[in-house]
Design a protein around this ligand. Structure first.
Ligand SMILES: [Zn+2]
Length: 188
């Protein structure tokens, strides 16, 4: 009984810590404490009809984490993340990709044909670019649960755990993990 209560208190403390993390609501803005933040560029020149979804998916990350920012690359400039529309299942290079590095998101139409939400797909695949693996099966509240969140799931916002992991991936040098580089395929 005491043990159970103790775990409950610890869990509550963890939730408070995560939900009060800086950047949960603030829009990206230059500030001294953000000097070390990472900017990653994405190239949507081959994203076809999904450019809007990609921008919306990137904004989901930009509005919830502050250690990394996703910026659409100006035409003809180098980008760390290439977005390519194709007819397969969505898939992506597992990051975390670093400045000067290279990762690809294939925005597979197969998932869109099946009815999955394009913005959720974009945010999920960019989550792979930022170093998050799949968390399947999982609920709709989890971005990285992907298709297992259900075909009607439109949640494109990373949950507190997913935000915290990306913050860690791009935060302090000691917590940085190397880019994985494997291709993650999001077929159901
Ligand atoms: Zn995935």
């Amino acid at each position: 009984m005491l043990r159970k209560l103790g775990i409950g208190i610890m869990a509550a403390a963890a939730i408070v810590t995560l939900s009060s993390a800086p950047g949960a609501t603030a829009a990206p803005a230059p500030a001294p404490e953000r000097v070390a933040a990472t900017t990653l560029y994405y190239d949507d020149s081959r994203a076809g009809e999904f450019k809007g979804a990609v921008a919306a998916g990137a904004e989901q990350w930009n509005s919830t984490v502050e250690n990394v920012t996703l910026v659409r690359a100006p035409a003809g400039t180098r980008a760390e993340i290439r977005i390519i529309a194709d007819d397969g299942w969505p898939r992506a290079t597992l990051g975390p990709v670093r400045p000067g590095g290279s990762a690809t998101v294939w925005f597979g139409r197969q998932a869109v044909y099946q009815g999955y939400d394009p913005t959720r797909i974009a945010a999920h695949e960019l989550g792979h670019s930022l170093g998050l693996p799949d968390r399947k099966p999982g609920p709709c509240s989890s971005l990285m649960s992907g298709s297992t969140g259900g075909v009607n799931c439109t949640n494109a916002t990373p949950n507190a755990t997913e935000q915290a992991q990306v913050e860690a991936n791009y935060g302090f040098a000691a917590s940085r993990i190397p880019m994985d580089g494997r291709i993650v395929v999001d077929a159901p």
